[in-house]
Write a protein that binds this ligand. Structure first.
Ligand SMILES: [Zn+2]
Length: 281
């Protein structure tokens, strides 16, 4: 839902998976350390292939890894859980996390943790790849399905590699029967094609964003309802329409696809809403 810049080092270059991995395994000793050093080239290679695939909507073609070169998938997963989250690699964890104060998956919550875009249990060579670590809010982390994508249309949006904010695609509709409720859906330009349309819908569904946005819209309307009553009393439906339009334009000037922008646009375009539907509880 929101594009985020790829995590960078102090010099502005993309965070290097080799640097992250080396720092994470600093305290490993003995045979485990030797095995981890031996697998490093595969970690670097997997990260490069990941970036290339993600840029081309081909992440579904990345092979799952599991145990690699005498390292169990738990040992590889622990490089993240024990050595990055809780160990010397924590500085990289924190650096990636601060890259986006707002959750890029929903655009609503504050980020609280990192999420493996491709799950670490299955993609054991990507557990500390910066491109696979995305800041998320607790809600999106909880909603996420662990099933991996099997085709391009099943890939949810990747905040580092996808940017679908050049045009408006998040749409709201006013549900008159329910008393000024707003329902949200993905309605991208036809030129974007069926795969992108499917991905946008899958993203909304995977993170249950329709429910989140409808709830936020209902609460927002409750808060501005009295001001709309006053506007309507002074200038009728046209005054309400102008106000909702102005708000939509302002939200869209910042980001084209927010629940706020979609809500106000839908309200402005609904004669029922502007004519007094906003007052229906
Ligand atoms: Zn979120």
């Amino acid at each position: 839902m929101r594009k985020v810049d790829f995590p960078v080092a102090d010099d502005g270059a993309h965070l290097d998976v080799g640097d992250v991995f080396d720092t994470c395994i600093e305290k490993a000793r003995g045979k485990l350390r030797a095995k981890l050093i031996a697998v490093r080239p595969k970690i670097v290679q997997a990260s490069a292939e990941y970036a290339h695939a993600a840029a081309g909507n081909q992440l579904h073609q990345i092979a799952v890894s599991g145990d690699v070169d005498g390292l169990t998938k738990n040992q590889l997963s622990d490089v993240y859980s024990e050595r990055m989250v809780k160990g010397p690699g924590r500085l990289y964890y924190d650096r990636i996390l601060v890259g986006s104060p707002t959750c890029p998956l929903c655009g609503v919550g504050g980020t609280a943790e990192l999420d493996h875009h491709l799950p670490k249990k299955q993609y054991t060579l990507l557990t500390v790849a910066p491109g696979n670590l995305v800041p998320t809010c607790e809600r999106c982390q909880g909603e996420k399905m662990t099933a991996r994508p099997t085709n391009a249309a099943e890939e949810t949006l990747h905040p580092y590699f996808d940017d679908f904010d050049s045009e408006t695609w998040l749409k709201a509709d006013v549900v008159t029967a329910a008393g000024a409720a707003f329902v949200f859906s993905a309605d991208p330009p036809a030129a974007w094609g069926p795969t992108v349309a499917a991905r946008l819908r899958r993203h909304l569904a995977t993170f249950d964003l329709g429910s989140l946005y409808s709830l936020n819209a209902a609460n927002h309307l409750a808060g501005i309802r009295q001001s709309l009553v006053n506007l309507h009393a002074a200038g009728g439906a046209e005054a309400v329409r102008l106000e909702m339009t102005a708000r939509a334009v302002s939200w869209e000037a910042n980001l084209k696809n927010t629940w706020e922008g979609a809500m106000h646009r839908a309200a402005a375009e609904s004669q029922w809403f502007c004519g007094g539907g906003f007052a229906v509880k």
